[in-house]
Design a protein. Structure first.
Length: 263
């Protein structure tokens, strides 16, 4: 579980954290909604490290739980200040730092650069665990980058959209050196239905169904001639009909080779 912190009074942190007393490790992300960067919170805090440190220190003091932080390399290519961030946040008591290998100005354009993450890991002043994030979308890349950039761990983001199995596959490979087979069609359909149900429970029928549209292609990536079903799913707004379409998918592709063989 993570909490995104924004432009709130520092004295409000105890109230913010009260519902999380049973959470083992609350990570705090300096993330904001579109437009928030102009209001000096979210990723804009990379332009005001003093404020970032004060906010983080308030969180650390407001809870007995371990606090971790996720941030980026800096605001832009001219202000890559994450090494200062790492040292100063460590000094006020965070327990780990996750770094996305892009600046705020990049958003998700270009390729993530993990070289500065490695430099921070090699910094003798930095003793806390350092996790890398950005562009890890396979078991192979997770294993290679973990070694090349010497990080303590890896955080997966966009690669998990429609493919939550990436976590178990990477974990299994790190533990055994062996690859797990990809999910079966039944596993994908069950996960898709569960995701749809939870999305509706959380956001309501209209928004829940709408936000699922971006996930269908990933849940069924690799199925031959799936475009017609994908178009049906993204256009449909009726929940019962969506489940009927998923029934059709299960029936049509019942005897298709496992996904790992089609990749």
């Amino acid at each position: 579980m993570s909490v995104k912190i924004g432009n709130i009074d520092l004295g409000e942190f105890p109230l913010l954290l009260a519902p999380m007393e049973d959470v083992s490790d609350p990570p705090f992300r300096y993330v904001c909604k579109q437009g928030g960067a102009d209001m000096m919170y979210g990723s804009a805090l990379l332009q005001d490290i003093d404020k970032m440190v004060k906010m983080t220190e308030a969180v650390v003091k407001a809870t007995h739980l371990p606090v971790t932080v996720k941030t980026r390399l800096g605001w832009d290519d001219n202000t890559k200040n994450v090494e200062e961030v790492a040292e100063r946040l460590q000094d006020i008591g965070i327990q780990a730092l996750t770094i996305h290998g892009r600046t705020r100005a990049q958003l998700y354009k270009g390729e993530a650069d993990w070289t500065l993450i490695r430099e921070i890991k090699r910094n003798p002043r930095v003793k806390i665990p350092i996790f890398g994030n950005g562009d890890v979308d396979s078991v192979e890349k997770a294993a290679a980058w973990r070694m090349e950039y010497e990080v303590d761990g890896i955080m997966i983001g966009r690669a998990a959209i429609g493919y939550p199995w990436i976590f178990r596959e990477i974990k299994h490979f790190f533990k055994t050196g062996e690859y797990l087979p990809g999910p079966t069609l039944d596993e994908r359909i069950i996960a898709c239905r569960t995701h749809l149900t939870k999305s509706i429970e959380w956001k309501g029928d209209k928004v829940g169904v709408f936000e699922m549209r971006r996930h269908y292609s990933n849940y069924f990536k690799g199925l031959p001639d799936f475009k017609q079903y994908r178009m049906m799913l993204v256009k449909e707004e009726n929940i019962e009909t969506i489940n009927q379409i998923l029934d059709e998918v299960a029936e049509k592709y019942e005897h298709v080779a496992p996904f790992s063989e089609m990749a």
